[in-house]
Write a protein that binds this ligand. Structure first.
Ligand code: PHE
Length: 450
């Protein structure tokens, strides 16, 4: 296979890539979703399954996805088209790229609405809205936010504009510049929050909830949700990591980068859990409160602690930053596709992709108020999008990425990129057999359950 160059540029270094991919991986998934689905699914056992999925399925597929990206160096659609042609395989492999672009678009449409909640809370906490507030007041404030489509829409619009702004500036001066500044700040803020949680007196209760597995609480759907979340949190299965991999300099080690990214992502999720659950328990609140968990429990804590307005503002600011650096990677596959296949400039591509995503986001906005009764299989529009993308599309995309890298791509190509030691053989065995089988079994089990 000949060496190709990306049309869209390259990261300035291996570290820039690791930072950007970590920025993509660490997002609402870690800080908003992980704690609430852990709470809904009973804690420890769920966390254990999630960690096994990260190690046995997530990391090998991340290596595969970066590998395909760097070999193809185009949008996920064109990368798959090119790699399939090189391997003399069925041209339908390009649909993998299409599903990815579609999944990114669907995810961003609701992701931006939730990021909008976080934006709203930066200002609420900054204004000291919750100082001294009790549970009822905070719950009422959250319900009030969800009941106002115009406010949700305004924040959703602002967040989409922020995302477009970065993406329009391109790989180095947009994406890379943003994460260089955001990522270090995020770690510092989270560490401060864990420090606070340690002082609540319920820290050990939080630790037990997260790490003491009780398998009687683990349902078949919980296993599917844990696996889906492993893909979601690592940004796998939809081409985000593939397109970031396509900007990776030739010499950087893909395997090492994958371990760093997955490690940092897991660390942030566990830190978020350790920051949030002690506060939940110290205030006698419910861990299974659902998507509103951090928005109804944390403000109570912030409202009743010294300098709570400051910490609260910082916390939600952190959440916005984390969401921002993920959002740009959700839309990058679509933008590169529009540039490559429709001849748009990056700015124009960005506008079109952004506009379409913004429009679809209105569906999610309405699913919390006027449209809360519009359900399919008992799920609202938002629940449906979340379930379809995280639990079906991403694992399916990941499954096919593993199959392509393990069975279709010529061995000499993957070996040349990844090195030929025992690590390579272990990876190849995993993507050929272990990861596909694991995804398949979880799917089967959940079909029975559903
Ligand atoms: N990984 C991001 C998060 O945890 C979400 C995401 C999914 C980003 C898929 C890109 C692709 O919030």
């Amino acid at each position: 296979m000949t060496k190709r160059q990306s049309l869209h540029g390259e990261w300035s270094s291996r570290w820039a890539f690791i930072l950007a991919a970590t920025g993509s991986a660490v997002g609402l998934g870690n800080i908003w979703k992980f704690p609430y689905i852990t709470g809904e699914n009973g804690g420890g056992a769920f966390v254990l399954v999630y960690l096994v999925c990260i190690a046995a399925v997530g990391i090998p597929i991340m290596i595969a996805e970066i590998l395909l990206g760097r070999l193809g160096r185009r949008s996920p659609i064109n990368t798959m088209r090119y790699l399939a042609r090189q391997a003399r395989a069925n041209p339908r492999w390009q649909y993998l790229g299409w599903i990815g672009v579609l999944a990114g678009f669907l995810i961003l449409s609701y992701y931006s609405v939730i990021a909008g909640w976080a934006l709203a809370y930066v200002f609420r906490l900054g204004a000291g809205t919750f100082s001294g507030a009790d549970a009822e007041t905070v719950q009422a404030a959250f319900d009030g936010l969800l009941a106002s489509p115009e406010i949700l829409l305004a924040w959703h619009t602002i967040f989409m504009l922020m995302t477009m702004l970065v993406v329009a500036r391109g790989v180095r001066s947009g994406l890379e510049a943003a994460v260089r500044f955001l990522m270090p700040l995020l770690f510092v803020l989270l560490a401060i929050m864990v420090g606070y949680a340690m002082s609540t007196g319920a820290f050990m209760e939080g630790v037990r909830f997260l790490f003491q597995p009780d398998f009687s609480k683990l349902s078949g759907t919980a296993v599917l949700v844990a696996m889906g979340h492993a893909f979601f949190t690592l940004s796998l299965g939809m081409g985000a990591i593939m397109i970031y991999g396509s900007y990776l300099p030739e010499k950087a080690s893909i395997t090492q980068a994958s371990f760093y990214i997955a490690g940092a992502d897991t660390l942030v999720a566990l830190m978020a859990g350790l920051a949030i659950f002690p506060i939940v328990f110290a205030n006698g609140m419910e861990p299974g409160a659902g998507p509103g968990l951090i928005f109804v429990t944390l403000p109570i804590a912030f409202g009743n602690m010294p300098a709570g307005a400051l910490f609260g503002t910082l916390f939600f600011l952190l959440l916005v930053f984390a969401a921002w650096s993920s959002a740009i990677s959700l839309i990058e596959p679509a933008v590169t596709h529009l540039v490559e296949d429709h001849g748009h400039s990056r700015i124009k591509a960005c506008l079109w992709a952004g506009l379409a995503t913004w429009l679809l986001g209105i569906g999610t906005v309405l699913s919390f108020n006027w449209g809360s009764e519009w359900t399919l299989f008992g799920k609202t529009f938002f629940d449906l999008l979340d379930f379809l993308t995280a639990n079906i599309m991403l694992p399916l995309g990941g499954l096919f990425i593993a199959l392509f890298a393990g069975w279709v791509l010529a061995r000499r190509d993957s070996e040349r990129e990844l090195g030929d030691g025992w690590g390579y053989r272990a990876w190849r065995f995993t993507v050929r057999y272990v990861s596909p089988l694991a995804v398949f079994i979880v799917f089967l089990r959940s079909i029975e359950v559903i």
